[in-house]
Ligand binder design. Structure first.
Ligand code: AOF
Ligand code: ZN
Length: 348
């Protein structure tokens, strides 16, 4: 509680509680809903309740923390709620956390990140209007990092898009005869499976589905399927053969009969996908890049030279080097014999 009118700031106890709330948030799954954590502090700074969001359809972090306090028989009236995302003010799959906090008699709310979701936001305003002290922006850099691709996805109103390329040193994805298994090493492929396990959907063109016959599953080192499988999305007009590996065990198969990346993303947003991995081939990669719908490129590059064969990215309509699509490198990771380059398009 600060002097009326004076800007309120989080106390040292509250900042420490936010660190704890962020660690709790990270226990939650990646998926349609954000990862959120909440810690309830009594007036003396002691922790009286903790909670985190365990995925869409389950109680929000604030409600989970209130339930924890009740179980401990702790007094919540007058407490401070430290929460990594602004409390929601809507009834979605569950009720508004703003109201739950008010009904519990919470006196102060400390928030890391403002909720960019237009249907859910407004909790901070409602709490302030009811006389609750609200502080926002506490450990905001860490808060944003914990939310990962959920935050840009909700801000943009479409899934966050990662384009994955796996190429030879001379930028090719196949040799002259079309063979492509395996250009990158086992280490690089395993790393790519980690990325698959984090996304909501993997997208390929029908050409890739037919020629490479990928399974598009997320697997662990020993080849077994991870528990949560991304949607397997095939884009284009050609049919997927009944014998394709894509039809085997793994995530749900979705066939979108379009070539328009914006339509693909709209369809996946409607299925509450927050992060899409575009895995090929060159035509689809060029379509997404050309439409300005790639947020991040993950290029696995193997020290292999092919000299001929398909390039990773099809025609971008770049006729002269001044028109090249320039990216900014944000990370370089050595992976056994290969290298992963992470890069983001530079806005024109
Ligand atoms: C969460 N967990 O702990 C908080 C969220 O459909 P619903 O009811 O689950 O609402 C999801 C929205 O609620 C979500 O997009 C976000 O804007 C807001 N806050 N969501 O899943 C939480 N605090
Ligand atoms: Zn909520």
């Amino acid at each position: 509680p600060g002097t009326p009118g004076a800007p309120t700031r989080a106390s040292a106890d509250e900042v420490e509680a936010m660190r704890r709330a962020l660690a709790l948030a990270a226990r939650g799954p990646l998926g349609p809903n954000p990862r959120v954590g909440c810690v309830l502090l009594a007036a003396d700074g002691s922790v009286v309740g903790e909670g985190w969001h365990r995925g869409a359809g389950t109680p929000h972090a604030e409600v989970a923390a209130l339930a924890d306090a009740r179980e401990r028989g702790a007094q919540v009236r007058g407490a401070t709620a430290v929460v990594t995302l602004e409390p929601c003010d809507h009834t979605g799959r569950t009720g508004p956390c703003s109201v739950a906090l008010l009904e519990a008699g919470v006196a102060r709310v400390v928030v890391s990140v403002h909720d960019p979701n237009p249907v859910a936001a407004g909790g901070a305003d409602r709490l302030r209007a009811a006389g609750v002290d609200v502080v926002t922006g506490v450990l905001a850099v860490e808060g944003v990092a914990t939310l990962g691709s959920w935050l840009p996805a909700v801000r943009r109103g479409r899934p966050f898009v990662t384009l994955k390329l796996a190429t030879s040193l001379d930028g090719r994805v196949a040799a002259a005869d079309g063979t492509s298994r395996w250009i990158t090493s086992d280490v690089a492929r395993r790393h790519a499976h980690g990325l698959r396990a984090e996304v909501g959907a993997i997208v390929v063109g029908t050409g890739t589905a037919l020629v490479d016959d990928p399974s598009l599953t997320a697997r662990t080192g020993d080849g077994s399927l991870v528990e949560r499988q991304p949607l397997r999305v095939v884009v284009g007009h050609r049919d997927v053969p009944a014998a394709a590996r894509l039809r085997g065990p793994g995530g749900e198969l979705v066939h979108l009969r379009t070539h328009d990346p914006a339509q693909v993303l709209a369809a996946l947003r409607d299925r509450e996908v927050r992060h899409v991995l575009v895995e090929g081939g060159p035509t689809l990669a060029a379509a997404f890049l050309g439409a300005g719908l790639v947020d991040e490129v993950h290029a696995y590059v193997a020290p292999v030279l092919l000299g001929a064969g398909a390039a990773a990215v099809g025609d971008l309509g770049v006729g002269t080097v001044a028109d090249a699509l320039r990216l900014q490198t944000t990370g370089v990771v050595p992976l056994g014999p290969d290298v992963l380059v992470v890069a983001t398009p530079v806005p024109a």
